[in-house]
Design a protein around this ligand. Structure first.
Ligand code: VGL
Ligand code: ZN
Length: 243
């Protein structure tokens, strides 16, 4: 069959363009086809993007600051944004310094199970516990603090580490008719993973936006976290998957 002259001309024209140039000439509707479009029932959850977890902080996550521009850009696409803050008392049960002879990154047994012991970090009211000044989320609606009970840690923004003390976040989201969560922030293998998995347990659809997270990766904890998240139905996506 002989191509219509106009069609064949167009085919050659598009075929000669790089992917980037092609994106520039295609209408927005075509570019966003097949992408996720967060609606009124979706929320961006920004976990612990605090000074403590970025360079110069007390528990820096490698590349932690790199999530900030990705999250700032994502935020433009969300009607609903919730921010979390790790917010510990001095002498907190998760601090190695609380136990004579214990060093950071060792573990201990607490009433609710094994606890990783961390350097003192994110102490309430300190500059270390403040949100990164580069985080620009003017439309965020809730900042939820966690880990403020001296004897209980809380990686998850939903339930504290005793698995029985709720933070109230599930009730808030449900009252606001939110159904889908896009989880970002620090650290992938601790607070992001626990928040995502508890989000599933509470009945939400949950995506983790991988390039909007960075990990601590302690003894293989990152691979283990992705495996556990996947088993619980958490979906792993990239920020480019969101329209
Ligand atoms: C976190 C370790 C201790 C986190 C918080 O935000 O992932 N990790 N506290
Ligand atoms: Zn903590």
């Amino acid at each position: 069959m002989i191509d219509h002259p106009v069609q064949s001309h167009r085919r050659r024209f598009l075929g000669g363009l790089s992917a980037t140039a092609l994106l520039a000439v295609l209408p927005a509707a075509v570019q966003s086809a097949g992408k996720l479009k967060p609606g009124a029932d979706a929320a961006l959850i920004v976990v612990d993007v605090q000074n403590c977890f970025i360079g110069g902080g007390t528990l820096p996550v490698k590349g932690g600051e790199e999530v900030v521009p990705v999250i700032n850009k994502l935020a433009e696409r969300f009607e609903n944004i919730v921010v979390t803050q790790d917010w510990h008392t001095p002498g907190h049960a998760s601090f190695a310094s609380t136990y004579p002879g214990k060093k950071p990154f060792e573990t201990t047994k607490l009433s609710y199970g094994t606890q990783v012991l961390w350097p003192d970090h994110c102490v309430q009211g300190t500059d270390d516990a403040a949100l990164s000044k580069d985080l620009k989320l003017p439309t965020a609606q809730l900042i939820i603090r966690k880990g403020f009970h001296k004897n209980i840690d809380s990686y998850s923004a939903f339930d504290e580490a005793d698995h029985k003390t709720p933070t109230g976040l599930a009730g808030y989201l449900k009252a606001r008719r939110i159904k889908t969560l896009y989880v970002t922030g620090l650290a992938t293998d601790f607070c992001v993973a626990w928040t995502a998995m508890d989000g599933r347990k509470a009945g939400f659809n949950v995506y983790v936006v991988e390039d909007a997270t960075r990990a601590i990766d302690l003894n293989g904890s990152l691979a283990a976290a992705w495996k556990s998240m996947s088993a619980k139905g958490v979906k792993r996506i990239q920020s480019a998957d969101i329209a």
